[in-house]
Design a protein. Sequence first.
Length: 183
Amino acid sequence: MVMNRGTAFRSVVMTALWAMSPAYLPNSVALVVGGGPPIDGGRFWRGARLLGDGKTWRGAIGGFLAGVLLALGLNQVGTRSAGSLPVFPLRAALSLPAGAMLGDLAGSFLKRRIGRERGAPAPVLDQLGFVAGAFALTRLVAPGWFRSTFTAPVTVAALLLTPLLHVVTNALAYVVGLKEVPW
Ligand code: CTP
Ligand code: MG
């Protein structure tokens, strides 16, 4: 396939968004379906909550399931369009959302350790914790797929686009009243 620079750029951005979306969706879904018992059961560790009230079972499980369904749904669309978009093997369909939710939990764990209350902003941690989790777990369970999908340009695009998307979707969630703070 012959590609000019514009086409190549678009294809890198599309691949990054496509491949990352099962890791992006869980956060938004957790925000909508979250609530109920916190994962840490209200426990404290060294004077601060282990995770905090913002990390609930409902949010984590609902977000995970939504991400898995999205990956499986994208597989149907992608196969039909017969393009160059990545197809998610089951392992990746599971590890992207699971890693995202675990990374998000790890981010909150670290936030509590550095004395940030639930909902307080922690730039970088807030935007990239879930990406680090999704990357790490997927590299572990689907290494071949990870390597062939997240080439250097796609990884760079994902790392640049994620904070941007995260900031925009959180601001939107704040505007429509889903979030109490815009981050
Ligand atoms: N949420 C949830 N369960 C999760 C993740 C998120 O219920 N596992 C919901 C909570 O209502 C949470 C909201 O989604 O308040 C926004 O998520 P996030 O910004 O990650 O949580 P914060 O409240 O900001 O808490 P933290 O400071 O720990 O990040
Ligand atoms: Mg937050």
